[in-house]
Design a protein around this ligand. Sequence first.
Ligand code: ATP
Ligand code: MG
Length: 241
Amino acid sequence: MSAEILLEAKEVIAGYTPGVNILNNCSLTLHRGEIIGIIGPNGAGKSTLLKAIFGLLSVQSGSITHCGESIVGKLAHELVERGIGYVPQRDNVFPSLTIMENLEMGIYLKPTQFRERADFVENMFPRLGERRTQRAGSLSGGERQMLAMGRALMMNPEVLLLDEPSAGLSPVLQDQVFVRIREINKAGVSVVMVEQNARRCLQICSRGYVLDQGTNAYADTGDKLLHDPKVIELYLGTLAS
Ligand SMILES: Nc1ncnc2c1ncn2[C@@H]1O[C@H](COP(=O)(O)OP(=O)(O)OP(=O)(O)O)[C@@H](O)[C@H]1O
Ligand SMILES: [Mg+2]
C-alpha cells in the first residue's frame, strides 16, 4: 500500500509501573483512509497500546509517530489539536452532563465551530439530536457509545482511536456501531479499532493486528486473518464471533 502513513508505532515497550512492561515490541501502522483492527485475548495489551499512542503512559523505548513526527511525550490536548481523537474503553462520557454539553466538551478547544460540528455529529447519529437535553448517564449502552464517538468527532479528527466500541451491546446495536464506523471512515476519518468482536472487526478492517502478551502475534489483511487456520484456532474460536 502506498498511501501516506498517518500513525506508526515501532517496537514500543511500555507499561504502567517501572520494570513491568505490558507492551513488548509492539508495532502498528495506519495509512490514510484505513480502518485497522487490533484483536487479541483479554489482558493482551490492546487498550494499553491505544493509551500509549494517546500519550497516557510513558514509553520506555520504541517510537510513535504521527505524519512522520514523534508524538511520544505529547499531552492529550496536543494530540487532539493534531487531529487525533480517542474514545476510551470505559468512562467515555460525562454522565451528569447532557448530550449537548458532552458534545461541547468535545470541542472546547474550538468553540466557534460547535454548531457546524454538532450538525455533522447529529447527522451521523440522529438519536443524539433527538435527545440533546438528556443526561448522558441515563442513555442506553448503545446511545452512550454513539455519544462517546460523537464527542471525539466534534474536533473533526483525521484519526480516531476506538477502544471496544461494540462492547456490552446487543448484536443488533453492535451491527449499528460497525455500520457507523464505516460511515465515519467514508467521511474521511482513518480508524484504529480495538475489538473483542474479532470476526466482525476483521470483516470491516483493511488490516488487522493480533496482539498477544503485549506483542504482535499476527498482522495481515482482515480477510487473510479471518481465514488463517492458526488465527482461527488460537484467537477467533475462543473470542465472540
Ligand atoms: N492502570 C493500570 N495499571 C497497572 N496495570 C494495568 C493498568 N491497566 C491495565 N493494566 C495491566 O496491563 C495488562 C494489559 O491490559 P489491557 O487493558 O491493555 O488489556 P486489553 O488487551 O485491553 O484487555 P481487555 O480485552 O480485557 O480490554 C493487564 O495485565 C492489566 O492488568
Ligand atoms: Mg482493553
